[in-house]
Design a binder for this molecule. Structure first.
Ligand SMILES: N[C@@H](CCC[C@H](N)C(=O)O)C(=O)O
Length: 264
C-alpha cells in the first residue's frame, strides 16, 4: 500500500491514496501510522478518496478521531493530487466534512485554500498554565478558541491540554494563543484537539485572524501568521476566508502489509 509523507508549515501528515475507497482505516491504524516511534510519525492522516468523480479528503487526527476540516492538510492534499498527476496545476475542488473547498496550487509549491466563512460565535476562556485567557470562539468548519493576548505566547507550557468550557465546546476545541507582532502580523501557538501542540494549524491561523479582527470590531482584513513551523497568509472577508502557505511532499513508499494487517 502506497503512502506519501508531507507537511504544511511543519504540520505533518501521512497521505494514503485510496481512490476506490477500499481501505479500512481504523483508529488503531491511524494511531500507529502517526506514532513517531512505532509508525511513520505525523499529526494526522489524509486519506485520498475519489467518489463519483469528486475528490474527498478524509482527515483523521493522530489519536484516531475524525475532524471536519484541516487547512494545512488541504494544501498538502492538493499538492499530492498535482504531484501524482491526478490534477493539473491550478484551481480545483476538494470535498471535506466541512463542505467543498476550492484550492489553487501555485508553481512555487504554495497553495491557496478558499476556507469558507470563519464564524465568530461567542467569547470564552482558555485555562493555560494556570492563567485564564479570554478569546473568541470561531467556527472554521471545526471549532476553535482563538485567544489574542499580551502575554508572550512563546512562554506558555503547552505540554498540558488547555482547559475550556465543555458546554460551549461539547466536541472539544482547538486552542490558539496569539500575539500581535507588527502591522497585520501575528504569532500563534496552538494546542490541537486530538493531537496536542503542533507546529502549525491552518484552520487555527484563520480563526486567529478572525479573532484578532473581532477584537477590533472588524470582519474584514488580512494578516501574516507566524507559527513554529513557518508562516502563512490569511484573508478574512464577511462571507469567506483564504489561507495561503507552503505544501511540501517529503517522501513516498510502501507500507508493510503484515504490519498493516496486524493492526486491524
Ligand atoms: N491541523 C489542522 C487541523 C486538524 C483538525 C483539528 N485537530 C481538529 O480536531 O479540529 C489544520 O491545519 O487546520
Amino acid at each position: 500500500m502506497e503512502f506519501v509523507k508531507g507537511h504544511g508549515t511543519e504540520n505533518d501528515f501521512v497521505v494514503l491514496p485510496d481512490l476506490d475507497d477500499a481501505l479500512d482505516l481504523t483508529v488503531a491504524r491511524v494511531q500507529a501510522l502517526c506514532d513517531r516511534q512505532r509508525g511513520l510519525g505525523a499529526d494526522g492522516v489524509l486519506r485520498v478518496v475519489r467518489s463519483e468523480g469528486k475528490w474527498f479528503m478524509d482527515y483523521r487526527n493522530a489519536d484516531g478521531s475524525i475532524a471536519e476540516m484541516c487547512g494545512n492538510g488541504l494544501r498538502v492534499f492538493a499538492r499530492y493530487l498535482v504531484d501524482a498527476g491526478h490534477q493539473p496545476q491550478g484551481e480545483f475542488v476538494v470535498g471535506t466534512r466541512a463542505g467543498d473547498k476550492t484550492v489553487t496550487t501555485h508553481p512555487d509549491g504554495s497553495v491557496t485554500n478558499d476556507m469558507g466563512p470563519a464564524r465568530v460565535t461567542g467569547t470564552s476562556i482558555a485555562a493555560v498554565d494556570g492563567q485564564g485567557i479570554g478569546g473568541f470562539a470561531v467556527d472554521v468548519g471545526n471549532p476553535h478558541l482563538a485567544c489574542v493576548t499580551d502575554v508572550p505566547v512563546d512562554g506558555f507550557d503547552l505540554t498540558v491540554p488547555p482547559g475550556f468550557d465543555p458546554v460551549m465546546f461539547p466536541h472539544g476545541v482547538n486552542v490558539e494563543l496569539i500575539n500581535t507582532i507588527g502591522d497585520n502580523a501575528l504569532r500563534m501557538r496552538v494546542y490541537e484537539r486530538g493531537v496536542g501542540e503542533t507546529r502549525s494549524c491552518g484552520t487555527g491561523t484563520v480563526a486567529s485572524v478572525a479573532s484578532w479582527l473581532a477584537g477590533q470590531g472588524r470582519t474584514t482584513g488580512s494578516a501574516t501568521v507566524d507559527v513554529l513551523g513557518g508562516q502563512v497568509f490569511v484573508t478574512i472577508e464577511p462571507t469567506t476566508s483564504t489561507l495561503t502557505g507552503p505544501a511540501v511532499l517529503v517522501a513516498r513508499g510502501e507500507l508493510d502489509k503484515s504490519w498493516w494487517d496486524a493492526l486491524a
